[in-house]
Design a protein around this ligand. Structure first.
Ligand code: VGL
Ligand code: ZN
Length: 206
């Protein structure tokens, strides 16, 4: 069974948002059109406390996109984004959510970042998504959302590690950085993920 996993389609990742992804808004109609093809749709939400350790504002003399160490891992520092309860953390209103059965939140732990939908970057805690999907009989995970080079790609890598057939829907995502996204796509293909387009999926179902 197939699932559509919609990653972090939140205001702060829209153009003009705190951590705006170029053309991030363009994926919304694509994701909306895709949803009816899937018997199961789930979403994630980046959901940070205001003092999250991935925020550059927490460190004297650091600015966004500088690096530090967090939870023993190299950490890119971000502008404050997706703060719990803020408007920037809400799923965008243009996204259809009627079919979204569950929303998995991540990034609540102050001392570790959490890009992937399945576990934090140190793999210390699971979100429970893998178990949820297996419980639903899911075998194939199709991934869309933001940002292509971070949470979407990390979710795809985690999904492969969890044993799911994994597909990244290329036109249903946009990256923060194009070169980084290219590298991630190469890595994903090597590990056995397929990069597909929404057109292939929609035509197949006509
Ligand atoms: C994301 C950076 C920081 C993402 C979340 O959703 O891709 N990127 N937090
Ligand atoms: Zn974040």
């Amino acid at each position: 069974m197939n699932v559509l996993l919609i990653v972090d389609v939140q205001y702060d990742f829209m153009p003009g948002g705190a951590l705006g992804v170029p053309d991030g808004d363009k994926i919304i109609p694509v994701i909306n059109d895709l949803q009816s093809l899937f018997p199961l749709v789930v979403a994630t939400q980046d959901w940070h406390p205001a003092d999250h350790g991935s925020f550059a504002s927490m460190y004297k003399g650091k600015k966004p996109f500088d690096h530090t160490t967090l939870g023993g891992l190299d950490q890119i520092l971000w502008p404050d984004h997706c703060v719990q309860g803020s408007r920037g953390a809400e799923l965008v209103s243009g996204l259809s959510t009627d079919a979204v059965e569950a929303i998995f939140r991540k990034g609540m732990e102050k001392d570790i970042d959490s890009y992937g939908a399945f576990y934090d970057n140190g793999r210390k805690k699971k979100t429970g998504l893998a178990e949820y999907l297996r419980g639903k009989g899911v075998t194939d995970v199709y991934i869309a959302g933001l940002a292509g080079d971070f949470c979407v790609s990390y979710s795809a890598l985690d999904s492969l590690d969890e044993g799911f057939n994994t597909y990244l829907i290329e036109d249903a995502t946009r990256p923060i950085d194009n070169d980084g996204f290219k590298e991630m796509k190469t890595k994903l293909r090597k590990r056995g993920a397929e990069i597909v387009s929404s057109r292939d999926l929609l035509v197949f179902h006509e």
